[in-house]
Design a binder for this molecule. Structure first.
Ligand SMILES: Nc1ncnc2c1ncn2[C@@H]1O[C@H](COP(=O)(O)OP(=O)(O)OP(=O)(O)O)[C@@H](O)[C@H]1O
Ligand SMILES: [Mg+2]
Length: 168
């Protein structure tokens, strides 16, 4: 499933919509080049989940936990970019002391491809790409679980809510 995201606000709005189909235990693996909009999308997810704290690129930490402001699930936002250079990145991921369990949170990992998929039985792959005209596309690829069903829900909800995101 693929959507066009013309501006950063569209990317954030898409994150808000995506959050509506998320629940505790979910793992999202975000891919895309530097500056693609992975953090921007995560900001929308954080807004949609209603969590505290600004979602930013973690500079000194690999991962940050955002607690829900009301009832809801925490958002664990991880950036595995700097794990790319270490000799055993999987061990580093296993060692992350996230202070929130994957089962009880929505976990979003930037640069986590090939590193974190084994954390859960199922996950959603989110591929963001930058096109020549600087707009972004996002492709959602379900991996096991009920992701395919939930993406169907998202497609119906999101298509009704905005005119700027067109299914491509
Ligand atoms: N359609 C768009 N969607 C998302 N970001 C956009 C879009 N158009 C322009 N931008 C700009 O691109 C940048 C995306 O930055 P962001 O930090 O979200 O990327 P990233 O994929 O997380 O990068 P990094 O790999 O460095 O973590 C922002 O400056 C944003 O304003
Ligand atoms: Mg980022």
């Amino acid at each position: 499933m693929s959507f066009v995201l013309p501006t950063v606000d569209d990317t954030r709005a898409f994150g808000v919509a995506l959050a509506q189909v998320l629940r505790a235990g979910d793992l999202l693996v975000l891919t895309g080049p530097l500056g693609a909009g992975k953090t921007a999308l995560t900001q929308g997810i954080g807004a949609g989940l209603g969590v505290a704290g600004d979602v930013t690129s973690p500079t000194f930490v690999i991962a940050r936990v955002h607690r829900p402001l009301r009832d809801g699930v925490p958002l664990v936002h991880a950036d595995a970019y700097r794990l790319g250079g270490v000799s055993d990145p999987r061990a580093e991921v296993d060692d992350l002391d996230l202070d929130a369990s994957v089962d009880d949170s929505v976990t979003v990992v930037e640069w986590g491809e090939g590193l974190v998929e084994q954390l859960t039985d199922a996950y959603l792959e989110v591929r963001i790409d930058r096109r020549d005209d600087d707009t972004r596309t996002v492709d959602l690829v379900p991996h096991a679980g009920d992701w395919a069903t939930r993406l169907g829900e998202l497609e119906r909800d999101y298509a009704g809510r905005t005119v700027t995101a067109l299914r491509s």
